[in-house]
Design a protein around this ligand. Structure first.
Ligand code: 3H9
Length: 632
């Protein structure tokens, strides 16, 4: 039974129990419908809606999208709930998300544990709240706050939600007895049936222009995305249509979103990110090792970023550098990064100080003696890594995990420099480490299962999406990116201008085009790496001759004011540069390439297929043990 109904004296208690997250599957909707029918027909004076397990309802069951809706729909359940002739109180713990929060909004009162959070994250799945969220939320908190909440898709803490008026009471102590006491208090006080549908939207000064302006801003922030714009349409509809008309309007837009390719892709990613950390074949009885203290070697941009990741997750970190000067530089960079986050209003000074206090600096390897995990983020040279790992082997306690953040080097070779290769693993972060979510966990030949299990569970704990990789050049991310960058070079030499390539890919949805990224990172980095390779290792010269020619003319990218583009020294604004076209044409002539016009479609296909093909090659070579998200 996913939903049960029982009486506690004058109260009817509905309990949803559908692990892991109480999603609103068909069985739950049917169960709610039946429980509401019982409550309607008995002499209970009020009803409490409660969830078992770790959370309140976390939303519609995403696996049901794209299939025919089985009755009763969530909208039908909500209607039944809201029109029940006695007060219904939602008692929220964990997270009330999406359809789950919409269910709570149809209750007449909402109470929550202090640790609970609520939100309408549908936008992250390319959807909009389809069970009244866009019509009820603006009635409670006004259009501006509703727009921010629903287009942002972020969770709101119970206290903040209470401040906004989305929750009526935050309850200390164990939730169920506290919620029962609250429901009794409501009955005793003759609390009315409060239906949000009966309220009107408070919208002073929020007119057509304000909505148009919001759409424009959103178009920049969420470029190319359909759902955020439709959310604005729905909230605008809430200000000018009746409640029922608004619901019908929302329903139509929701149906369009569910059928869209954007939503199908985002739903695929949702499950892929949850499938990726699971290691096929790993015994489920394997327990991760406890990680309470972490050491990071190297206080450069990468090491500092990794230190911030752990400090942000509440884990104390010791940051180690060779000398005090390097250490102070690294700590100052961390201080600057926290300052920027505070400046953007994303973190309070108090919280930033608490996080920074978890990072201590050292120049002595012995300070890593009690670390449960040490991650090396030093210069990318096998000799340097060998020295670091022999030193770690000397000073670290037995059972400590020794991880390398190498991007390209052989983790087996690194592990072999220690007497405990079973404790060695790759943990490859992407720059900036405190922002990028991907974490490649690289399994070397002798890595122990519990070390892998630890890296995976820790990755989740620190807010990353961990993916298992095998030992191969560039692992997964960089190996795929290499092919993507290669295709950009080939398209250029065949006749596409850098700005055409970047425009096609940013229009598709990439945050930046590959050539603008090259200029940002500095073209000299790849150049130097190529100098260390043999002609055979470098491969087809058409895939790097333009980049080499630019560097040889001192066009290193943004830092020299010119690369694939020209940059304004003050504003860094980017403009196409006719000189680059001449360089490209000269290289094409030198390599016997007949230039032609490339269509946008061809450019897009070639870049995407380069990524996809390399992805499959990685799978073929065992670099990764399954396609991420094979379920959808
Ligand atoms: C919606 O509600 C539309 C409505 O407006 C309109 C309807 C008409 N469905 O993340 P975790 C699975 S759209 C199905 O690792 P956590 C997940 O795949 C929905 N399955 O746990 C995983 O399965 P497995 C709006 C779901 O503790 C397991 O649960 N709601 C759903 O780190 C554990 O998940 C959302 O977008 C679901 N809705 O985080 C909320 N949710 O173990 C989506 C989870 O087999 N969910 N699963 O790999 C979340 O954000 C997080 O799961 C949550 C828990 C914060 C709840």
């Amino acid at each position: 039974m996913t939903v049960t109904y029982h009486r506690e004296q004058e109260l009817g208690i509905i309990t949803v129990d559908n692990p892991p997250v109480n999603a609103l599957s068909h069985a739950v909707r049917q169960g709610l419908n039946d429980a509401l029918a019982q409550a309607r027909n008995d002499d209970s004076e009020a009803v409490l809606l409660f969830c078992a397990g770790r959370t309140f309802v976390a939303g519609a069951d995403i696996t049901e999208f794209g299939k025919p809706v089985q009755s009763p729909s969530l909208q039908q359940v909500n209607e039944r709930l809201e029109s029940l002739g006695k007060p219904v109180v939602a008692a929220i713990h964990g997270t009330a998300l999406g359809g789950g929060f919409e269910l709570a909004l149809c209750c007449h009162y909402r109470c929550a544990s202090p640790s609970a959070a609520v939100g309408l994250p549908e936008v992250n799945l390319g959807l909009l709240p389809g069970a009244g969220g866009t019509q009820r939320v603006p009635r409670l908190i006004g259009p501006q706050a509703a727009l921010d909440m629903i287009t942002g898709g972020q969770k709101i803490t119970a206290t903040d939600a209470a401040g906004l008026g989305l929750i009526d009471r935050v309850l200390e102590g164990e939730l169920k007895p506290a919620a029962i006491a609250y429901a009794r208090e409501l009955i005793a006080g003759g609390a009315p049936l409060r239906r949000i549908r009966d309220l009107s939207v408070p919208a002073p000064g929020f007119n057509q222009n304000a909505f148009d302006e919001y759409r424009k801003q959103l178009g920049k922030r969420k470029r190319g995305q359909q759902a955020p714009q439709k959310i604005v349409d729905c909230i605008e509809a809430a200000t000018r249509l009746t409640f029922d008309e608004g619901l019908a309007f929302e329903r139509e837009r929701f149906t369009e979103c569910v059928a869209s390719e954007q939503s199908a892709a985002l739903r695929h990613i949702f499950f892929a990110e949850r499938t990726a950390p699971k290691i096929r074949g790993l015994d489920t009885a394997v327990q991760p090792r406890p990680i309470n203290r972490v050491g990071i070697i190297g206080a450069g941009t990468m090491g500092g970023g990794i230190a911030m990741v752990f400090a942000n997750a509440g884990i104390p970190v010791t940051l180690l550098e060779l000398n005090d000067e390097g250490l102070q530089r690294g700590l100052a960079l961390i201080d600057k990064n926290y300052g920027i986050t505070i400046g953007k209003g994303k973190l309070s000074e108090q919280e930033a100080a608490a996080r920074q206090a978890r990072i201590s600096g050292s120049t002595d390897y012995h300070s890593l003696a009690d670390a449960d995990l040490v991650i090396e983020a030093v210069f990318e040279s096998m000799d340097v890594k060998r020295q670091v790992f022999s030193k770690l082997d000397e000073v670290c306690k037995p059972g400590a995990i020794l991880a390398t953040n190498t991007s390209y080097l052989d983790v087996n070779e690194i592990a072999a420099t220690t007497t405990r290769p079973e404790d060695v693993v790759g943990m490859h972060f992407f720059s900036p480490a405190n922002v990028m979510r991907l974490l490649e966990v690289v399994r070397a030949d002798k890595t122990a299962d519990d070390v892998l299990a630890t890296a995976m569970s820790l990755g989740k704990r620190i807010g990353k999406v961990p993916v298992l990789a095998g030992v191969c050049y560039g692992f997964i991310g960089n190996r795929m990116l290499r092919q993507y960058g290669r295709e950009a070079q080939l398209c250029m030499i065949e006749g596409a201008a850098p700005e055409q390539i970047d425009r096609v890919l940013t229009s598709f949805g990439m945050a930046m085009g590959p050539l603008a990224v090259g200029d940002l990172a500095g073209l000299d980095i790849g150049y130097k790496a190529r100098q260390a390779l043999t002609a055979e290792q470098k491969g087809d010269p058409r895939t790097y001759c333009i980049a080499d020619a630019l560097v040889e003319q001192d066009r290193l990218g943004q830092k020299t004011g010119a690369g694939y583009y020209r940059y304004d020294p003050q504003t860094r604004a980017r403009t196409p540069d006719p000189e680059v076209l001449e360089i490209i044409q000269a290289q094409a002539a030198q390599h016997g390439v007949q230039q032609r016009e490339l269509s946008d479609g061809e450019i897009l296909d070639r870049h995407l297929l380069a990524l996809i093909n390399e992805g499959f090659r990685i799978l073929d070579s065992g670099g990764r043990d399954r396609p991420t998200g094979q379920r959808y």
